[in-house]
Design a protein around this ligand. Sequence first.
Ligand code: ADP
Length: 474
Amino acid sequence: MRVLSVASECVPLVKTGGLADVAGALPGALAPQGVAMRTLIPGYPAVMAALKRAGARAVLAEADLFGGPGRVLAARAGGLDLLVLEAPHLFDREGSIYLGPDGRDWPDNAERFAALCWVAARIAGEGLDDGWRPDLLHCHDWQAGFAPTYLRARYPGAGVGTVITIHNVAFQGLVPAGKLSALRLPPGGMTPDGFEFWGQISALKAAIVDADRITTVSPTYAGELLRPEFGMGMEGILRRRQADLVGILNGVDLDAWSPPYRTPAGKSRFRKRLIAEMGLGGDAPGPLCVVVSRLTGQKGIDVLVDALPRLLDEGGQLALLGSGDPALEARLRELAARHAGVAVRIGYDEALARLMIEGGDAILVPSRFEPCGLTQLYGLRYGTIPVVGYTGGLVDTVIPATPAGLRAGVATGIQVHPVSADALSRAFDQLVRLYRSPDIWRAMQRNAMRHPVGWDRSAAEYAALYRAIAPDAG
Ligand code: ADP
């Protein structure tokens, strides 16, 4: 079974969030299932640099890719079988992969990612110059959203199955209607049953309408997506395609995320290192809580700020790493300046993220919505107790320390419901109580570290889905 995975970011080459972790882990996870996956990503400068070292060869050329030529280069890099779309007029830019220097989306994001989709459809429809052609196209998020639409329009009867995975329905790839013909989209799609979304074009909706199957990254989020509170306007079209929608939980790459200790006791070395790194005090009596997150409304960081006094009053500490909303960043910096028990690092830092998860006692993920969430999974694996909002994948992965959960000896964390300052303050009370009961705390840490967070089960689910769509592919 040959699968072309199409994504706008992919570990270890380029990452802004969980999508990259998943796109980078899938090929390795699916190989034992008999799936040979190649991954198509844009040729951003960091990707092109990695490719030069790997010795790439050209496997497809496009003369006119929305304003300039492009070609696809093939190489093995970062442990992946990569196809990279080299198109300097679209991707050879310094800075963030999605945002210009002014902090806004690049004005030609629609063309940039439409180009990725255009090429993906051509590879599926015609194959590469060396004859390789996928049995199935697996598209991730709106950036890959037009690929099934182009495939249907340009290569009807190509016999290549399509899957769209929704990693976050909040990102919908909205494009002004006036770009319809410039993006070479079929005009017939500009209807409420097609990719039209309240007068605009939505790349995500295009895939929801045109892909054979729709997946999202946890079973609970798959259900939430059908409701107006979470569907963000896509609930109607998703309800219509409910029979083809399934939630498959994300996993963790167990080799990339492997604790440098076998038991929770091994954490203390890293806790000390983290305290020193962040300039916190070493003798606080309460738990050291960590946050590694984009700083946006989704992640409930404002709620955390409101509830934080309770944690600090009870002797807890907070170490936070993140970046995003400038107003939130400013509020957090101010908190850190005022409280000795709060340390904040604004930025993106993979080594520090890892140290936080290694050295923290608890990891806070008070999201208002969370399609899957990865940091709570890292927390489980490292015995760093997750305190999470009761939503999406957080529901599916954390076993709450309710009286029943504790009695049965299965609890791995705390769930906060609803995500409000009151409820989170109560969760901090409970966290501190548990932390001060060393036997219970250690048992929870051990449960967490034993909780299966790898890809095995989900990889089998993806492989079964692929085979259901492309039964003749082997
Ligand atoms: P999302 O994709 O919504 O941002 P996830 O929990 O699915 O949330 O994935 C976030 C990923 O990005 C995790 O691997 C997390 O460790 C990483 N991450 C988030 N913020 C930072 C940061 N400031 N520095 C380093 N890694 C970060």
